[in-house]
Structure formats: C-alpha cells, structure tokens
Ligand binder design. Structure first.
Ligand code: 26M
Length: 795
C-alpha cells in the first residue's frame, strides 16, 4: 500500500510537475487510473505466466457488448485498498467519491446482454478462471440521453476523453482484416489453395482493459479492437494525387469502430454492422489461433485447450472465420477443420423475439465477405444433406441456415456449436419446445439452461456498502466471498431489531437517492413513500406502459373518488433505441404524467412520478439500493431472463412481476408469500394470441379499464400524447397491457396494504435478500464452467 501512495505522488510529480498539495482532482483521477491499471498489468503478467505454464484450457468470451461500468472503484475495491486510498486522499484534502465521479461510464453496451458479459468477466476472475473477453473499442458508447420537453434526445458519448487512462495499447499485436475482393482457387504443389485478390485491408489495433477479481491474484483481460486504415492513408491514391479519396478511405476504415449501435431489439441489416461483426471476430480468431499455435505448434488440439463462447448471434462469424483460418491458412481439410470447429464453440441465446433474431441478406453479405459466404453456404449444404441422410423427418424450411436468400445466424450457431443455452428455465424451455424445436429433436442434449446471475460484489458490496457492512457484522460470514452464505439471514426473520435495522438502511439509501433526484430533476420526493422502481431499456414488451396506466388510474381515483393511497414515488429510468418511435412516445407519456401530477397539489401529496434521464450502470447503482418495489412486468414469455430483477431482490426490493424469465425462479426461491405475481402465463399468452387478441374487448368489458382510458384522454393538452396512446392501447396493444391490467391493479393494492404492515414487509424483504444467493454470477459462471466449458481454476 505504501508503494501505491508513493506511486501517486511520483506520478503527479513526473507527469504534471505537481506535488499532491497542488494537484487538481482531474490530475488525481488520472494518477489513480494509470497507477491502478499498471498495478493490474503487473499482476496480469504473473497470472499469465502461471496460465501458460499450466497449459490449461481457456475461455474466450465473444460479445459485441460489455457494459463494464465504472472501473476505478471496482478495481480499488477488488484490490482491497479502497479505504487506504480514501484515507490517504482525505489526509491531503481530496474526497475519493468525487474522484470516482470524474470517470465516465464506459457504455460499451445497450443493456442486459452487455451487462451480463461484464458480470461474468468479474465473477470468473474472482474465482480465478482464465477468461478473455473480446469486443470493439467503440469511440462512442451508448448515447447520452437528455429529456427535453418529455422527448428523448441523443447526444454522443465521448467516453475515451477521460476513459482512455484505463486502457493499454498493444501495438505489437495488431492484425489485418480483409473485406471485399475476390477469392480464387489455385492449384499449387501443396494442392488446392485459396487466394485473395483486390481485397480492402483494415487494421485492428488491440487495447486491453484489465479485469480484476476480488481478493485474488487472477487478472483477466478484456481486449477491445479499434479499426484503422492500413498504412494510415492509402498511399497509392495519395501518390496518384487523389488526396481527398485517400483521406476518405482512412475515414471509412475508422468508421468501423466509431459507434455502438444503440438498438437492442430489431435487426435492420446495416452494412456497417456486418463489418463490425466480422472486424472483431476475425481479429480475435486470428489472435487466438496464432497464440495457440505458438504454444502447442499444432491446431489439432485446439478444441481441447480452447472454448469460444458466442454471446448471442452477434459474434457468429467466428464460426466461418475459424473454418477459413484452418483451411486457408493452416491447410486443414474441410472435414478436419469442421471436426475442430464444432467442438470449439458454445452459444448463448438471449431472445426469442422474432424481430431480434439476426438475419443477413445474401445480396448484402456476399460482396463484403465473399470467402466467409462460401463457407457458410457449404456448412449449410452439408447440414441439409446430413438431415436428409439421417432420414429425420425434419423441416428444412425451418432449419436451413440460408433460406429465401437470408442467412439465419441463430441456425448457423446451433448447427456449429456443441452447446446452446438459454438464460432462464422458462426461456430455455421455450427454445426447446418452440423456437428451435426441430433442432432440439435432431440434436438431443445440445440445448441446456444456465440461469443468469449478477456480480453481487458490485451490486451489493459496492452499490450498498451500508447493507453490506451491516450483514457482515450480523452474519459473521464473508458472504461477499460466497453469496450462498447470505441465507443465514433467515435465522433473523422473527428478530424485530434486525427488521428495523434493515428498514433504517433502506431509508438511508432512499434519502441518498432523493438527493440525487432533487439535484437532477428539481423534484422533492417523500422518503417515507414507497419507492416503486422500473429501470430497464424501454421496450413495449417490458410494458412500462402498463405501469403508466396504473398511475393514471391512481390519479383519477385520487382526484375524483377521494382515494387517499399510501404515498408512492414511481421511479423510471430507461433509454429507447433511437429509431424506436413508440418507445419514445412512452417516455413522453411518463414525463407528461409526472408534470401533471407535480402541478396538482392535491394529487402530488400521494403520488409522484420521476423519470431519471440517462440510465446507465452508475445510475442503477444509486437507484437499486433505494427501491422498495421492483417492477418486472413484461408480457409472459418475452423477457428471456432479466437481471435487474435479481439486483433489486438482492437489495431487499420486493418483486411485482409476471411469471416470466427469471421471475419464475425468484418466485420459486422466495415462495408465493414473498412476491407479488400477476397476469397471464406464457401459455395463456400464446393461447390468447392464437385465438386472436382484441384489446378493444377488454376496454368494452371492463369498467375500470374503460374509465381509466377515458380519463387518460381528458389529460391531453395538445402538447402531450395521451389521446394517441389511448388509441394505441384500445386498437392495438400488441403486448396485452389491457388483458393484464386488472390483475396488476389487484397486486398493486396488495402491495400498498402490505407495505403499511412494516414488520411484515420487512420480513418479506429479508426473505428476498436471504434467498438471492442463487442469483450470484459466481453460481451462474460455475455452471458454465462445469456443464459447458470444462475448465479449471488457475491459481
Ligand atoms: C441487434 C441488431 C442490431 C443492433 C443491435 C442488436 C442487438 C443488441 C443487443 C440485439 C439484442 C441485444 O441485446 C439483447 C438483450 O440485451 N437481451 C437481454 O439479455 C439479458 C441477458 O441474458 C436478459 O436478461 C434479458 O431478458 C434479455 O432481454
């Protein structure tokens, strides 16, 4: 530790010519980032040497997204030096929390899928498993959201300005990626060879982010690729006097890693997106193969030493890329290359929403990646032939990888991986029984489930130090090391003093959040009110609209039926994909409700609506510990798992949810008396869709729905969209908000009643915290380790 503080002083002197007394917060920030990074790099050096020596199998986790969140606090915490650094700084007049605020959130992801990848990196590192993450160094991460007059506006997130200090550039490991051009077959003395002609080379530059584990010597790496023109400017064009074209080609090359696509829903078939996908998968595969060959002098044992995990289909081009490298660069035959390939890849599916399943049109794809296209096409031909050979009565319409001139990436992944998993029990069952049922028939045993998990060290240990400290003292076990031991808390279920202490901690977190709300929105919220929270991407299937409809109902009741509900603060935070018009309309609606209530002194005594802009990891860390109610109200069958539900449960919020995704498993963990469940089941949803859902019937047949929607219309003032949204609910309502409304209302009433019984609520909250052990990412990743990857710890 002494050396750490010395290093800070030395850095300030050398880099800025400053003593600590004269340093600015910005300089302290930079010093802490760089020194922590270098300290981790040093630890990494020792870990990698042990890893090389041990010759153990490694995991490469491929993901277009890693939503890492702020790194500095995480690293200091994991290195166990947070309090020393804090003291050292405060002795010198600095507040560590203010230094943390300077770090931008590296928003290299959209939502659940990206955050899951980061939780897994953290958990695996803490458990000393060797894993390397691969992704793209987006110059602009997920946009910054600003709400202006209720409408979402997007602004670029220039995170590298201050975020770059965490990265290490590895200039010696850059690789070349080939786009466009043609491939020719050529007979040489070694046989038939593939030759690439007239291709466009792009350089991939590697930047490493060190991933630290909790109280461990292991340090893993997240490698992020940045695109660069080959040779800087195109010298040929330059010499021909085509100066502007040469600059243009540089810009085109650099555009590949320019930005993260801010969508987590639909797949619009954008050319730049394919280029991003091939860019980072090719760079990563080339590096993996090269390193393996260097270590073992052969690729015959690749599948014994390497597993490549594909996080949704976005990195699926890894598969044909490995085939290409094996055949075109290492002279393997098709059969031999295929044998290695299908033992190397494992794939996780994160969605069954039809519009999110990735497809590429052959016309778009083939010119950009001619060789890769040929390989996919050959994989498909052989797969289709094999299906006919085994005589399975299989439906190739459904299973063929290329169909109607579209390449279906999920089908490619299923055919080419040894393992396919869903992310909650319900989701995995739907994959087997429904979405991919024919595949499940011909590949028995290939489909499995690994229910998602969360990095409890971040979501409890760091986000809620007050609760962590209390539980540590109470339970006398290191539940941060092993979250399953948190179940000891159950012993205190009847201990009123414990219930009171938990309530007091919740209150502290609510006060902190209320300050943030005040500062950021100007709204004053009652910290004795129920904090009812829905925080997640904005999606129709997640049904923020159902939540909004309930608030409109309450407003009507307070105003016209003298209802005096227990006070509640409804907190929303959500980004909408930039092209998703309905999602933006829902944000507008919520903001309009918030405004109307705030203007109405009679109503705002009871209910308030807060929309917090720019939802991101660091904001989630502030909201989650303060939540009483966790809204998990997706239409059943649509949310693959959800992970916010787990984070909220761990912090003592009670779930109000449908039987969807991991809510089902939360229900099983806490029992029916410690959760609020409502709505149609996923089977009932399917049945109702099949019969034909007509929301208008629900409107006509239910007086409470009718009155609420009619009231909603009266709120329209021309600048708001109440009428438009009311029309939408009555005429379309694609995710059946109206069908579930009454049952939702009933549970909301029960929540209100239960909350007022402070002991009962406290006990329910305690039971939730105590049973959250199974949702640790340690448990989830251990299942990947044992059931799918078959790897060992490297100590
Ligand atoms: C697709 C095409 C073009 C641009 C972006 C995309 C795209 C990006 C992200 C599509 C989907 C993306 O993510 C989906 C996602 O986040 N799924 C969530 O995964 C979580 C972790 O498994 C689950 O908990 C959530 O239920 C699931 O919605």
């Amino acid at each position: 530790m002494d050396s750490f503080t010395k290093a800070i002083k030395r850095y300030l002197e050398k880099r800025f010519g400053n003593s600590i007394e004269d340093a600015s917060e910005r300089q302290i920030y930079q010093a802490l980032m760089v020194i922590t990074r270098d300290k981790l790099a040093e630890k990494r050096y020792h870990y990698i040497n042990k890893l090389k020596e041990s010759e153990q199998k490694r995991v490469y986790y491929m993901s277009m997204e890693f939503l890492v969140g702020k790194t500095l606090r995480n690293n200091l915490y994991n290195l166990g030096i947070e309090s020393e650094v804090k003291n050292f700084l405060s002795e010198n007049g600095f507040v560590l929390d203010k230094i943390y605020d300077i770090e931008p959130d590296p928003g290299l992801g959209n939502g659940g899928l990206g955050r899951l990848a980061s939780c897994y990196m953290d958990a695996l590192t803490s458990q000393e498993y060797p894993i390397t993450g691969f992704s793209i160094l987006y110059e602009f991460g997920i946009f910054k959201q600003v709400i202006s007059n209720g409408w979402q506006q997007e602004f670029p997130d220039n995170w590298l300005d201050l975020g770059k200090y965490g990265l290490i550039y590895r200039s010696d490991e850059e690789v070349e990626i080939k786009f466009y051009g043609e491939t020719k077959e050529q007979w040489t003395s070694d046989g038939l060879r593939i030759k690439y002609e007239d291709y466009t080379p792009i350089i991939a530059e590697p930047y490493d982010l060190m991933i630290s584990g909790y109280e461990t010597d292991a340090v893993n790496v997240l490698r992020l690729w940045k695109s660069k023109a080959s040779g800087g400017f195109n010298m040929r064009l330059f010499e021909q006097g085509e100066y502007s074209k040469s600059v243009e080609s540089k810009a085109i090359a650099e555009s590949i890693s320019k930005l993260l696509y801010p969508a987590d829903d639909n797949n619009k078939g954008k050319e730049l997106r394919i280029k991003q996908q091939y860019f980072f998968t090719s760079a990563s595969l080339q590096q993996i193969v090269k390193m393996h060959y260097k270590a073992y002098n052969t690729l015959d044992n690749l599948a014994e030493k390497v597993v490549i995990h594909i996080n949704d289909t976005h990195p699926s081009l890894c598969i044909p890329e490995l085939m290409r490298i094996l055949m075109d660069e290492y002279e393997y035959s098709w059969d031999k290359a295929w044998e290695i390939t299908i033992k190397t890849f494992a794939y996780t599916n994160h969605t069954i929403m039809a519009e999110a399943l990735e497809k590429w049109s052959v016309d778009l794809f083939r010119p950009i990646l001619p060789r890769i296209y040929t390989i996919i096409s050959e994989i498909n031909n052989r797969f289709c032939k094999w299906c006919k050979d085994i005589g399975a009565s299989v439906d190739l319409e459904e299973m063929s990888i290329i169909h109607n001139d579209m390449i279906r990436m999920a089908n490619l992944c299923i055919v080419s991986s040894y393992s396919v998993n869903g992310v909650s029990k319900l989701h995995s069952d739907i994959l087997k029984k429904d979405t991919f049922k024919s595949f499940n028939r011909i590949y028995p045993g290939k489909f499995t489930n690994v229910t998602n998990g969360i990095a409890h060290r971040r979501w409890l240990g760091q986000a809620n130090p007050e609760l962590t400290k209390y539980l540590n003292e109470l339970l006398e076990v290191d539940f941060i090391k092993d979250l399953s031991s948190i179940e000891n808390l159950l012993e205190y279920k009847s201990d009123e003093s414990v219930i009171n202490n938990l309530e007091n901690i919740k209150k502290i977190k609510k006060v902190q959040l209320a300050e943030y709300i005040k500062k950021n929105t100007g709204l004053t919220v009652d910290t004795n009110s129920i904090f009812d929270v829905q925080i997640k991407r904005l999606h129709e299937y997640k049904r923020q609209l159902l939540n909004a409809l309930h608030i409109i109902y309450l407003y009507k009741e307070i105003k016209y039926n003298a209802l005096k509900p227990y006070p509640r603060t409804f907190i929303f935070s959500a980004k909408a994909s930039s092209g998703y018009v309905m999602a933006k309309n829902i944000i507008k609606l919520i903001c309009s409700i918030s405004e109307i209530i705030e203007m109405d002194p009679e109503v705002r005594k009871y209910i308030k609506v807060v929309f917090l802009e720019d939802y991101r990891v660091s904001l989630a860390e502030k909201i989650i510990p303060a939540a009483d109610v966790s809204e998990q109200i997706s239409q059943a069958g649509k949310e693959a798992s959800g992970t916010g539900n787990m984070k909220l449960m761990l912090n003592g919020a009670l779930t109000l949810g449908t039987m969807d995704g991991a809510n089902v498993e939360i229900y099983n963990a806490v029992g029916k008396d410690n959760i609020f469940i409502f709505g149609l089941s996923s089977e009932e949803v399917s049945d109702l869709s099949e019969r034909g859902y007509r929301s208008e019937e629900f409107y006509q047949n239910s007086s409470v729905i009718k009155e609420t929607i009619d009231f909603m219309r009266t709120l329209d003032n021309g600048d708001s969209n109440f009428n438009y949204m009311a029309d939408y609910l009555v005429s379309r309502d694609p995710y059946m908000c109206l069908a579930d409304f009454e049952s939702y209302l009933e549970q909301q009433k029960l929540i209100e009643k239960t909350y007022q019984d402070r002991i009962k609520w406290g006990q329910m909250s305690l039971v939730n915290i105590a049973n959250s052990g199974i949702f640790s990412a340690d448990r989830a990743t251990s299942e990947y380790v044992k059931e799918i990857w078959n790897i060992k710890k490297v100590k």
